[in-house]
Design a protein around this ligand. Sequence first.
Ligand SMILES: [Zn+2]
Length: 433
Amino acid sequence: MAEPAPLAVTGALLDGVEVGLRCEKGEIVALGPGVEPAPGDEAIDAAGAHLVAPLLNAHTHAAMTLFRGYGGDLPLMRWLRELIWPVEARLEPEDVYWGARLACLEMIRTGTACFWDMYWHPGATARAVEDAGLRATIGGPILDAGGGSEGMKETALAYLDELAGTGPLVGSSLAPHAIYTVSEGLLRWTAELAAERSLPVQIHLSETEQEVSECLERHGARPPAYLDRLGMLGERTVLAHGVWLDRSELELIAARGCTVVANPVANMKLAVGGVLPYPAARRAGVRVGLGTDGPGSNDSLDMLADLKVFALSQRHASGDPTVLPAEEAWRVATGAASPLLSRSQRELHGMHGKSVATVVVGGAADFLLLRADSPELGLGDLYSDLVYAASGSVVDTTVVAGRVLMRGGVVEGGEEIVARARERARRLGIDPS
Ligand SMILES: [Zn+2]
């Protein structure tokens, strides 16, 4: 994609103050009252719209939009064995590309600028992300439950090659699926490779109680201690779910600087019996993000819907309505509560660089304008409205790296993306219509 023209926004409300904003080369270069467009800028009159940071989906499997509504009432293992795995065995890169484009379309419409993804054919997802103009950190799944870890090592290295040629908005990562689908040797190899190449690692962890008891039986340790023994826990590690974690495990995770991603909607849909113990995680100093998980087990990618469930589930589970203030919940959903999530993709390796989670001068030009006439955004506290009243439909304009991806609720080429994704789903035999 060609470099976008400099962009200027006027008449936006930032924390209740009317401001202007200018972006050049993907970065915010001016922000505040009185900032005006320069000659040649693409100009947007925000007309009183709220200016906020975009949302960050810290755990998903984007291309699984193809599986949305497909056998979702079955128990997990029957759903995987009878429906999902047989179709996944037939997936081609073009299926993943259009599934991921469909996901990106929904994310742009509902205000998500960046996501962390684990799925087959990661190069196809990367291409979709680049064509859509979003940011993502992507990893192809590593697993060897059926044996053959040598072949899987080659595949994992090939995934990294697929991702190496992509542009600055796509970062590569390693994505060992889970401790129960990846052997000890392959997990250790993955941890060593991650350290050698300074790569982020994404893994599902402590999602079900069964996973914890099996880990104790097989390895004599609970999941976080087992992963720590293998050298897997560090500042670039993202642990998805974290439902079954006790205080000492949260302290270990905090000490290692890992990020844990809450996936409350997927946890409830799959009935895993709990959610991330956020109050204890915060007390321990754990870095936290929010994810939808894949559209096969949610089924929405609207982060504002999941943000509400996140906040409600924490209040409900703790019996304490003060446990998660709305502004804090919002910060978790934008990635601002994790230094790893809030760095732009190309700078993940060095753990420094431009923030993508806050609207600031010198930060990435990623932001949303929320509809000024939205009935859900009333006169009260904006964060409270965003967490408890809003859905993705309040987003009017989505800007990522200085490029306008949606304006006035319209994403260019949206209809074609929906049609092509449906075509691919039909080809796979998922959608019989
Ligand atoms: Zn997942």
